[in-house]
Design a protein around this ligand. Sequence first.
Ligand SMILES: NC(=O)C1=CN([C@@H]2O[C@H](COP(=O)(O)OP(=O)(O)OC[C@H]3O[C@@H](n4cnc5c(N)ncnc54)[C@H](OP(=O)(O)O)[C@@H]3O)[C@@H](O)[C@H]2O)C=CC1
Ligand SMILES: O=C(O)C1=N[C@H](C(=O)O)C[C@H](O)C1
Length: 242
Amino acid sequence: MKIALIGYGKMGKEIEKVAHSRGHEIVCIIDINNPQDFESEAFKSADVAIEFTNPMVAYSNYIRTFQAGVKLVSGSTGWMSEHGDEIKRLCTEEGKTLFWSSNFSLGVTIFAAVNKYLAKIMNQFPSYDVTMSETHHVHKLDAPSGTAITLAEGILENMDRKDHWVKETAATPADLPIHSIREGEVFGIHTIRYESDVDSITITHDAKNRGGFALGAVLAAEYTAGNQGYLGMSDLFPFLNE
Ligand SMILES: NC(=O)C1=CN([C@@H]2O[C@H](COP(=O)(O)OP(=O)(O)OC[C@H]3O[C@@H](n4cnc5c(N)ncnc54)[C@H](OP(=O)(O)O)[C@@H]3O)[C@@H](O)[C@H]2O)C=CC1
Ligand SMILES: O=C(O)C1=N[C@H](C(=O)O)C[C@H](O)C1
């Protein structure tokens, strides 16, 4: 498969390695210095582009990729609250294709399913309150992490006593607080904690490196080459819908 990379930072370089190891060809790399290459024949020849940049530029990269007629996989976080509805509409109503996930690792995909199941159980046990924390490297631009927001949505969908997530401190019992820590070069730790007066239950996902994110992104690209629309991990792993 021919892959174009948009963003050649920590994730772009990791994805290049995984793509080569799975027999794919990288036909074009667009970083901050060569945006004109969205119009190049090399970029347009890609079966799929994989985009990992930052919250400020992801949206315009999506639009330029759609204009070039190339399908897209992206893991960029922090853009969804402003542009999510428009991007979803372009994919569901205007024939564009984006596979997006806040976290491509298979471990987090499993963890997110466990999180929803646990929230469903805890909906029956109001003596427990729930909080979340996420820890990442100091270079990260967005907080809370995209993964923490996705996990929080998984809890809100399944727990009647919580209305919305908030940053840091809960003001009302209906708030689900997310505490963000930035330290060193941490790849990504997400912890969900249920606490009552008598005990606590904690689940954690701890990424050991970026290999899991990169493998998931390449698997998503392989899936996206043969599919269209607004796609996510529940398309790649239908067990998540059960
Ligand atoms: N969904 C998932 O599984 C994961 C998501 N992420 C998310 O992916 C994003 C990228 O992470 P990471 O690779 O660690 O970040 P990096 O900062 O290491 O890499 C981003 C790269 O994008 C480049 N860039 C900046 N502006 C543009 C532009 N307009 N067009 C093309 N490239 C540009 C940067 O260049 P320069 O440095 O010169 O600015 C940099 O090389 C973040 O939003 C992060 O949250 C990260 C890991 C996993
Ligand atoms: O910026 C990162 O590094 C990561 N970002 C994603 C997020 O915001 O959830 C995924 C992963 O945790 C690493």
